[in-house]
Every structure is written in structure tokens, then in C-alpha cells.
Design a protein around this ligand. Sequence first.
Ligand code: FUL
Length: 471
Amino acid sequence: MKEIDNRLVLTVPSERQLNYQELEFYSFVHFTVNTFTDKEWGDGTENPAIFNPEKLDAKQWVDSIKAAGMKGLILTCKHHDGFCLWPSKYTEHTVAASPYKDGRGDIVKEVSQACQDTGIAFGVYLSPWDRNNKTYGQGKEYDDFFVHQLEELLTNYGEVFTVWFDGACGEGPNGKKQIYNWDRYYEVIRSLQPGACISVCGPDVRWCGNEAGDTRTSEWSVVPKRARDTEKIAENSQQKDDDFFRQRKISAHDSDLGSRSILEQEKDLIWYPAEVNTSIRPGWFYHENEDDKVKPLSKLIHIYNNSVGGNATFLLNIPPTKDGLFYENDVKRLYEIGSYLKKAYGKNLMDKAELKADSDMSGFEIEHVRADQYDTYFRTKDGETNCTIQLKWGEKVLVNHIVLKENIRLSQRIEKFMVQALIDGNLKTIYEGTIVGHKKIIPIDNISTSEIIIYILDARVAPTLSFLGVY
Ligand code: FUL
């Protein structure tokens, strides 16, 4: 039996992280005064009088994201400019000072309500960096203000699935320096919304490190504890308003965060799954001159396959217009994503497949991979870190996607695998991979086959599979 550092496989997700990973695909909605000034970052001096999304229809947002197959929505309740989309009692810089609904509007209420009515999880983005509030940079005074805002958002709007803390701060060398009391914020969130994850500058969900939709070939959920260092996350985050940053990719020195050789040198490990965030357009906020720059379907599906299908989640931003509606080109794309996904995963060919594995343990037989659930799963015998799984059909089937899922309740174990298919009488290698994790999607180009063999070549300890799908 191979020596393995037990910590690698004893590090597992919390219930809230597990629920979060199961959402897989959800939306960001960036909306504030910037929508009206045509900017990406506001400086906090904007007059609330400019904010009047007269046709705002949260149901249109939620219906479109649901049609795309998304399961959640995170709203920028307050971006860096400090303007609040809800009538906060702790500042005047809010929707209550705007002409929207004569100052009686509450966009957080409208959106959270529409989410609840439609079965979409609701999440809160609250920018720690606040360019409007006078107390920003004054330590505890700002923390008190920030905590009050958190309390409002986490008590008045139903269940929240995440609080998304942005690491961005563009204060220059002479700017204000606020030392955030993160632990105090986290405590408030845990006590008011125990089911909510705290993302990016927080302990539960890791920012993937770029805004362009770039992904790692091997995305590990068990990583060194220091990956959670908020100072480092902020350093890597956006520090000035520029397009270059939005297009920057993951750098080579950041490409391996959790292979065995990296982790073995680390003292403390954590379960910290990655989230890939990008916008459907070049900017996070709506700009009319980007109406014809909505990302093509092929690009979005590519990101989907590599994020949702690469052991990460996919947070896709759709920015509403000044009217308060998603623009027609964006809506069209969302519906296209939905139809693509329905068509791609509509029919699981496993229904008719014969299944065999060369190593399974009693109670954990290969037949368990037919049901997509963690309670029943396949695993090899103790000490066996490789296995062969054979799928056979009585006739040829056309295959475009293979989906593998590990039982991540038992951590991420698989490190190397290969897939072969019988094509024109010969077994051909159609994919060689590394990680599986929550979900691995293998897109293949329409092959016609009657036999597929999956070889799990290496794993940290006995590999598990909770689901196997062939489409
Ligand atoms: C960045 C921010 O500066 C952008 O405006 C946007 O909110 C993005 C999601 O995070 O750090």
C-alpha cells in the first residue's frame, strides 16, 4: 500500500460548501449608479438623482437566468461607489434618495422576492471598499457601519446563500486605508445566516484568480490554508479600473494550487473550492457600446465545461440597463445556453449500458453510479488506487459528453484517469485527465461507439464515483 499523507483526504467540505458546489451555475447582477454614468467604478460622489430604472422588472432577470439553467443570483447590493440598492438606515446614499419609485423603492427586496418566488437562491454582494462613506478608513467606526449594513441585508431579505466580499480596492498610496475586521464580519454572517457561504475574501469559496473566465486544468478543492489570506486575495484583486485586468488570465505560477507535491509541504490544509466569475460582456456594468459584445454561445459553453465541468462553480454576470431590464441580446444568449444544456444532457445513455468494474467493495458496487446522489456511490477496496470501469451497449450509440462525479463528502481523491472508446473496431484513447472532484465534464466530438472504458490510474486513496453519465 502506498504511503499517503492522511490530511489530504481527511479534508472535506462543510454542509454549506457542499450545497454551494451543487448550485454549479448562477448569476451575478452588477447594477448601481455606474449603470447611469456609463462607468465601471464610481467614486462615491454620484448624485442619487441619476438613479431611476423606471422599467425595472426583477422577474425578467430571474426568469432569464432560470431559463439558462442557473440556480442562484448574487446582487451587487452596494458596489465600491457606496450607493445602496436598499434603503439602508445607516447612510443617505441609497435608493431612498433617488427618484426610483419616488424614494420608496427597495431593489434588494424586489430581487430577493423574485428569486424566492422562482426557486432561485439569493446572494448578497456587499463591497467592503466604500468610496462614499465618511467613516471608511477609520477602523472600528467603519466596521460598525459595515456590520449594520450586513445585519440589514441578512435579516430582512430571507435566506441568503452567499455573502460575496470583493477584494478590490483602488485607493492609491495616499488613499484611505481601512483595516477590515473580517472575523467580526464572519461572525455576524454565521450567526444570522448559518447556511450562507462567505466567498472570495472569506473562508468558504475561493476566487479562481481572474475575471476572464480562464480555468485551471487541475482545480483542487483541498489547498493550503494560506490561500485564504485576505491580504493576498486583495493584492491579487483589481486595484484600478482597467480593461486589462478584466482580460488577465491565470498566471503560470498559480496553475497548481493543490497537487500532492504542493500539499505535502504545507502545514495546514483546507477545503476551499474555486468559483469562476466573468461577465457576459466585457464590462461588469451595462454600457450601450457593448451591446454587440455579448460573449458568443460557444465561448460561454467552453467556460461552463471548464468551470462546472472542472470542479469549480460558474458565476456569470448579466448587467441590467438603465431601464432596469436585461438587454435583449443578453436575454437571447441566456435562453440559448439553457436550450444547449437541455439538449446536451437530456438523455443519459447509461440507461441502456451494461456496467462492470474490476474492483468494487460490497455495498459500493459500480451500479451505484447510475443515480446522481452522494448517499450511494462506488468505491474500490482499501489500498486499491486504480480501477477499470467498462460500459457496453448492445448497439452503437452517439456520444458527445461524459460526466464523472466523485463523492466529495470523502474529499477529492482521483488524480489521473483515461477514457478509451471502441471506434471502428479499435480501442482509441479519447481523453486523458487529472482531477474529477465535484464534476468532470468531458466534451467529445460526436463519436459512435458500443464500448467505453474508464481507467482510474491514480488516486490519493481508494477512488470513489458518485455518478457517471454518458450523453
Ligand atoms: C472586481 C470589482 O472591482 C469589479 O467592479 C467587479 O465587481 C468584480 C466582480 O470584482 O474586483
